[in-house]
Design a protein around this ligand. Structure first.
Ligand code: NAP
Length: 508
């Protein structure tokens, strides 16, 4: 389920938000601490108005005080009074902090069917044992425990997710009566706890909330209610949170930063098309060992690996294939049936993808000698191509050529090195591959090799994909060359990655 947090300043503004986002949410939380001073008294009217404007939606009343990360800084008696009034006003839930016990609220609760969300918010740091923290909060038919904590890094996020798994296992997902019938009488169903990691490292705790056993995932339109919150649309349509259950397969992309990655759109679209019960989650990871611990425990069936974790991923994997070995880095980890991880690098297959439809020239000049160039040179040599490497730092080109010769057993006639300044023209009909970072956004007008003159019959492949039309590519096309965009390689490596995920992973 998705809970939509309402942070408007007026009841009317919140009702409009509900109308706009209702189809992507199952319940709403009125964050009455965001209401302007004069509006707090009108919070009681909200459930009735909600029933008219967005029928069928359950509502939570929350008036979070500042000490727990909310906006309410007013008189505590006034807050307690508003909460007590709210209990009788048609809200399904009321969120009460773990240390808030007021006779007036207790009296209202005695005569109502309202469930209490008994919450603890650690806004500056996470305590060491989240399962224990949650376990210390009341859990019964009338109260639902909630732990929200600021996660300062991925080790906190992993600890919280492992804590949720531990808590769910300890307390069981389904409460059953004597006949074995599971109770599903209230929103939240049989999942009777909530756990949220706040901040950018906590995003996976929100996307995987249902998979981890939580009753729902919190979303907001603006991310104002808590840092790291996603919109209801994103949780519902991109990550399909409402369909998740304890057996949903978990795939991810790891790196730091990760927010810019387009891989979640790419892989989740394919999972939907293939009707897989699996989700692909972005994880900002600053602690690879913490990720690995989580990956083994959940388990995570496959991961795309980006900067700066590719070398670590290669070292940590129990097995690695030729492509990963040749590139010296893993961009993909696959869970094996034995329970470990296998490292591979789909840049090799991605680079070659366009040549399924066109002939690969027999001679190639590769500009650059960095990480991507390793995958390109290895792929070309595997296809029997003669390769000349040119790089700004000549020694680096020499080193790459030497390591490729020893890896493939090929001689100097197949792998040559040329100083960058000596590159005036290449062989007729040859392939030119541009693998440096030059020409990437924001320096889009830069040219990695201005001395190179195109004759017009070369095939030019620039693996830079932001922008898609680099200056180098434009210059080649102006001379009459055919060109290939870096996007083709990017999509090719993603498709290969998905193919591996789909065959290696136990999704259902
Ligand atoms: P990298 O390991 O940092 O290597 C950078 C390369 O660029 C080195 O050869 C470096 O030469 C050269 N270089 C940097 N600044 C230069 C300059 N001012 N003039 C001349 N050469 C310069 O980077 P990488 O991981 O290989 O990535 C390279 C590019 O490939 C990036 O744009 C990346 O986005 C792209 N890429 C695309 C795909 C895809 O799927 N399309 C996949 C992987 C990578 P020195 O050795 O002299 O420093």
């Amino acid at each position: 389920m998705i809970c939509f947090c309402l942070t408007g300043q007026t009841i009317e503004e919140n009702l409009r938000l509900c109308e706009r986002h209702a189809r992507h949410a199952d319940l709403v939380e009125l964050r009455a601490d965001f209401l302007s001073a004069g509006e707090l008294g009108a919070a009681c009217k909200f459930p009735t108005l909600l029933a008219e404007r967005a029928p069928g939606m359950a509502a939570i009343l929350t008036i979070r005080r500042q000490s727990e990360g909310g906006r309410y800084g007013g008189d505590e008696r006034r807050r307690v009074e508003a909460l007590a009034q709210g209990v009788g006003a048609g809200f399904s839930f009321v969120d009460l902090e773990h240390d808030l016990h007021a006779p007036s609220i207790d009296a209202s609760l005695r005569h109502s069917a309202v469930t209490v969300i008994r919450s603890r918010h650690d806004t500056t740091h996470m305590r060491p044992d989240p399962a224990r923290e949650l376990g210390a909060l009341p859990r019964n038919d009338l109260e639902l425990p909630k732990l929200a904590a600021h996660v300062a890094g991925f080790s906190d996020a992993a600890r919280m997710m492992l804590g949720a798994v531990e808590y769910a296992a300890l307390h069981g997902q389904a409460r059953r009566d004597g006949s074995g019938e599971a109770h599903r009488e209230r929103p939240g169903g049989e999942s009777r706890f909530l756990m949220v990691g706040m901040g950018p490292y906590g995003v996976p705790t929100r996307i995987l909330a249902r998979r981890l056993g939580c009753a729902w995932s919190y979303a907001s339109a603006s991310g104002e209610a808590a840092p790291g919150q996603l919109s209801p649309e994103v949780l519902d349509t991109l990550y399909r949170v409402r369909s998740h259950g304890p057996r949903t397969g978990v795939l991810c992309v790891i790196g730091d930063p990760i927010e810019h990655s387009r891989s979640p759109e790419f892989h989740n679209a394919r999972l939907v098309a293939d009707k897989r019960d699996a989700v692909y989650v972005p994880m900002r990871v600053d602690d690879f060992d913490a990720w690995l611990q989580l990956a083994h425990a959940l388990p995570i069936t496959g991961a795309s690996v980006t900067v700066p974790l590719k070398e670590q991923a290669l070292l940590a994997a129990e097995r690695r294939d030729d492509a990963a070995e040749a590139v010296g880095a893993a961009n993909t980890l696959l869970r094996t049936t034995g329970g470990g991880y296998m490292a591979t690098n789909t840049d090799v297959a991605g680079f070659l993808a366009p040549f399924a439809e066109m002939e690969l020239p027999r001679h190639a000049t590769v500009i650059g000698a960095g990480g991507a160039a390793r995958a390109v040179v290895f792929a070309l040599l595997k296809q029997g191509c003669h390769v000349t490497i040119v790089n700004r730092t000549h020694e680096r080109a020499d080193k790459l050529a030497e390591s490729m010769r020893s890896l493939t057993g090929l001689g100097r006639s197949m792998v040559k090195v040329l100083p960058l300044d000596d590159l005036g023209e290449v062989e007729h009909g040859a392939l030119v591959v541009q693998t440096t970072t030059v020409g990437m956004t924001p320096e889009e007008e830069a040219d990695p090799c201005p001395r190179l003159r195109f004759r017009g019959d070369e095939l030019v492949y620039d693996i830079v994909y932001t922008p898609e039309y680099t200056r180098f590519r434009r210059r080649a096309e102006a001379a009459g060359c055919r060109t290939i965009s870096g996007r083709r390689m990017f999509e090719g490596q993603g498709q290969e990655q998905y193919r591996l995920f789909a065959t290696a992973a136990r999704f259902d």
